[in-house]
Design a protein around this ligand. Structure first.
Ligand code: NAP
Length: 280
């Protein structure tokens, strides 16, 4: 690694803890702050951090601070850090929604960079943090016109060090894209599980559920607080995505009701050829 320096992390949960593990392994001094003492103790025990505390003032020594708290807590956290950190310290967040955060956070702190690693699991908390979670995964940075280029370059270098596939997007474009490929799937998947739960032959349905159901229901079994905040903070884009999806479902319903089997097969061919552009 070319340069190592102190990096701060607020929120030693799944994402913050995973960042801490990787950044420590890369040779950085990692200063972790978390709300619960237990998260701090666990982060130390797992060797994820050099120092952990419930006191944000330890972050004064950091050059870059990652904010990895729930979406609704990002702006209040940036506002608190703005009272503590020396000017020029870079703050970046990892929240799954950017439009409602980036402009306001940049007004609070001119060295703010919006970020979103597209990686996660259904678990939460430091106990489930993983080494290499971001490797080969997309990591979006969302600079705006007011973004400080020097701060952006520092975050870009850290993201590259994680082995992530870094890309830039405007906050509204990011929110529109993740509404369709990340937030909508959570709701579709939850709706699928809830529908299966209404089966008239529930014990049999549960006994027969196998890999296909596991794949399609996985994201519906994730952190409910995160799902709620995605919907709350990306409401307009998610409502639009739901409307598009409902249109697709209605078309399938009509095709099947009308027994238009060639048309159904044609649409499934279309989906089969589109899918690799998203998941390969
Ligand atoms: P998590 O495992 O539940 O961790 C959340 C962290 O925030 C914990 O360290 C917790 O501290 C702290 N926290 C919780 N409520 C707080 C509050 N009211 N005030 C201050 N700190 C609080 O969640 P996560 O999955 O890592 O999510 C963190 C961020 O990553 C979110 O903004 C989310 O949008 C984003 N993200 C998540 C995923 C994913 O798939 N999970 C993927 C990409 C981005 P204590 O543990 O000390 O209580």
């Amino acid at each position: 690694m070319a340069t190592s320096y102190p990096v701060g992390i607020v929120g030693l949960g799944l994402i913050g803890g995973s960042l801490a593990l990787d950044l420590t392994a890369l040779g950085h001094t990692v200063l972790g702050v978390s709300r619960r003492l237990n998260s701090c103790t666990l982060a130390c025990a797992r060797g994820a951090v050099t120092l952990a505390s419930q006191d944000e003032r330890i972050l004064r020594a950091a050059q870059v601070v990652f904010v990895a708290v729930p979406i609704g807590e990002v702006l209040p956290t940036v506002a608190r850090l703005a009272q503590i950190l020396p000017e020029g310290t870079v703050i970046t967040d990892v929240a799954s929604v950017k439009g409602s955060i980036v402009t306001q956070a940049t007004e609070l702190w001119p060295w703010f960079i919006g970020g979103h690693p597209m990686a996660g699991t259904a678990d939460q908390g430091m106990a489930h943090a993983l080494r290499g979670l971001f490797r080969d995964r997309p990591y979006v940075l969302t600079p705006i016109a007011q973004t400080c280029p020097v701060a952006l370059a520092q975050v870009m270098a850290l993201v590259d060090g994680l082995g992530a596939r870094r890309l830039n997007a405007a906050p509204p474009d990011h929110d529109q894209a993740v509404a369709l490929i990340s937030h909508l799937p959570v709701l579709i998947s939850a709706a699928l599980v809830l529908s299966a739960g209404q089966s008239a032959v529930l014990p049999l349905a549960q006994a027969l559920a196998s890999s296909g159901f596991a794949d399609t229901s996985r994201v519906g079994g994730g952190n409910p607080q995160l799902g709620r905040q995605m919907a709350q903070f990306n409401r307009a884009a998610l409502l639009l995505a739901l409307q598009i999806y409902q249109g697709q479902l209605e078309q399938f319903h009509q095709i099947i009701a009308d027994q238009q089997w060639p048309q159904l097969e044609q649409r499934l061919h279309q989906s089969q050829s589109l899918r690799p552009d998203f998941v390969n």
